[in-house]
Design a protein. Structure first.
Length: 155
């Protein structure tokens, strides 16, 4: 199975989880690069406002063709109960070419269903699996078992 892990991370928490998932799957890794500044306090507020309004953003071109993969695993931070704007853009632009998808997210709350539902609507299909972890667990390195189980479900 040829797999790709695509993710957006404003604070590197989601990036850490993305790298672990890519290693567990033997997958390629592709960060989504937002063209809008999201750093600092202003960037945080801009991010939440964009998420609340379900607004996409402009992202830099990808280095790979997501349609060339059997499985694309898409990761996002939870921005107020929604996927990050760059992930929204990726799913909107690539939904038609994605074969199988899986989702993961990092957040400060344990309820992930709303974000995964939003992502499934954007992708036009349900994921084959999903993983949601509180950002504190990721920052503290307490995710190995969950990543291993997620990867096993995807094989």
């Amino acid at each position: 199975m040829k797999a790709l892990v695509v993710y957006y991370s404003r604070t590197e928490t989601t990036a850490e989880l993305a790298r672990a998932i890519a290693r567990a799957l033997g997958a390629e890794l592709e960060p989504l690069v937002d063209t809008v500044s999201r750093g600092g306090g202003r960037g945080f507020v801009r991010s939440l406002r964009d998420a609340a309004r379900r607004r996409a953003t402009a992202i830099e071109p990808l280095h790979v063709d997501p349609g060339a993969y059997d499985l694309v695993v898409v990761g996002t931070p939870d921005w107020g109960g929604a996927a990050a704007a760059p992930v929204r853009t990726f799913l909107e632009e690539n939904a038609a070419c994605l074969s199988q998808i899986a989702f993961f997210l990092t957040d400060g709350v344990a309820d992930h269903e709303k974000v995964f539902h939003d992502m499934a609507l954007l992708a036009g299909r349900d994921p084959v699996a999903f993983l949601g972890l509180p950002h504190d667990e990721v920052r503290e390195g307490r995710y190995a078992e969950q990543v291993a189980a997620f990867a096993a479900a995807l094989r």
